[in-house]
Design a protein around this ligand. Structure first.
Ligand SMILES: [Zn+2]
Length: 85
């Protein structure tokens, strides 16, 4: 099963294995709010990436993750719509 995590070159990986895009998105939003709260133009560069079944921790750290595909982006867009963006 594909899982999701969030990561960025500055904020690094959140270290979670999110079972759905929805929870990954919540995690990303939380980090964005946290960074925003720090002020001084701080922002989170974390993005949601997909972790294919069977990848180990070091593979995820070394970016063996893959970008979201069209279907997943569509799901994400729907979640954004629900949230009223
Ligand atoms: Zn997370």
């Amino acid at each position: 099963m594909t899982t999701y995590t969030t990561k960025g070159s500055v904020r690094r990986c959140c270290g979670h294995e999110h079972k759905s895009l929805e929870t990954a998105r919540k995690c990303m939003t939380k980090d964005q709010n946290l960074c925003h709260g720090l002020g001084g133009g701080s922002f989170s560069d974390r993005k949601i990436v997909a972790v294919e079944d069977g990848l180990s921790d070091w593979q995820v750290r070394l970016d063996y993750t893959r970008p979201l595909n069209d279907d997943e982006y569509e799901t994400l867009a729907m979640l954004d719509e629900d949230a009223g963006y």
